[in-house]
Design a protein around this ligand. Structure first.
Ligand SMILES: [Zn+2]
Length: 279
């Protein structure tokens, strides 16, 4: 399923596999002035390629290598021989061999599927990617994944945040995320002057400073509460019970890969240096 919408000169594509007539677990791609930010999942690759028919493209930029952001890389590259796919250097081996380098859990195969391989080029932190009318600054923003980056267009105040910021308040986390790195990356982008925030899923936000700051405060306060209980000798299970509320449907769907327990564990395992408590 594909839905297109427009914000200034940015075209947003909402993309999701259709199951029983409904789109499930939407992700986004954005097309601006010959540049495409992310490419959705494998199940929506043909729809996205079709929607971009006749649209000139010079670059694809992948915000990170998760399968729901690189799904149409391969088909687009096969169709357009001059298309450059740009990503964080750590993402390139995954783009090249997604099946070998990024094993997928059952729920990920069901909702997003295996992407076809593609060949990417690396971009560096603070590098500028120029389109005809705009310039996009690359900002490395690890945490959601080690290869995550955001794109910032300073003249327009556009920020493409991939999965670093999708709104809401995390109550669960995947086992491989680093929550303290996520907080640091959020602080980095919260310092920018942003008019429009274009996330990797969820709604576009105008003047997002307050949303960003409230997410940072929520996560820091939550992390502080976790560490306080941990330092008092409470176990992870007991901390989850005290702070995380009822079990979440996502824990069942992902068979525990996305869980309240992983959120608590990341606050403990990845806590900043200087905290002497051993885990
Ligand atoms: Zn992701």
């Amino acid at each position: 399923m594909l839905k297109a919408s427009k914000y200034e000169t940015v075209t947003r594509f909402d993309l999701a596999r259709t199951i029983a007539g409904r789109g499930r677990y939407w992700t986004t791609a954005y097309s601006i002035d010959g540049l495409l930010v992310d490419t959705g999942c494998a199940y929506t690759a043909n729809e996205l390629v079709g929607a971009l028919d006749g649209v000139p493209l010079t670059y694809v930029v992948n915000t990170h290598s998760h399968e729901d952001h690189i799904g149409a890389n391969g088909p687009l590259q096969q169709e357009r021989s001059n298309l450059d796919i740009l990503a964080h250097p750590l993402a390139l081996p995954i783009l090249a061999r997604p099946r070998e380098r990024q094993p997928l859990h059952l729920y990920r195969r069901l909702y997003w599927g295996w992407p076809e391989p593609s060949s990417g080029k690396s971009v560096t932190h603070h590098e500028t990617i120029e389109s005809e009318h705009y310039r996009f600054r690359v900002i490395y923003t690890p945490g959601h994944s080690p290869d995550h980056l955001c794109l910032y267009e300073p003249d327009r105040g556009w920020l493409f945040t991939g999965d670093l910021f999708v709104g809401g308040q995390e109550r669960a986390l995947r086992a491989d995320y680093d929550i303290w790195q996520i907080i640091d990356s959020l602080k980095h982008i919260a310092r920018l002057s942003v008019n429009w925030l274009f996330p990797g899923s969820a709604r576009v936000r105008e003047n997002p400073k307050e949303d960003l700051n409230s997410k940072i405060s929520y996560l820091e306060e939550f992390g502080g509460s976790v560490l306080k209980l941990y330092e008092k000798g409470r176990g992870v299970k007991s901390i989850v019970r005290a702070l995380c509320g009822k079990p979440l449907p996502v824990e069942l769907i992902t068979l525990g890969h996305f869980s309240r327990r992983n959120l608590v564990l990341s606050f403990i395992r990845n806590r900043p240096e200087g905290d002497e408590t051993s885990c």
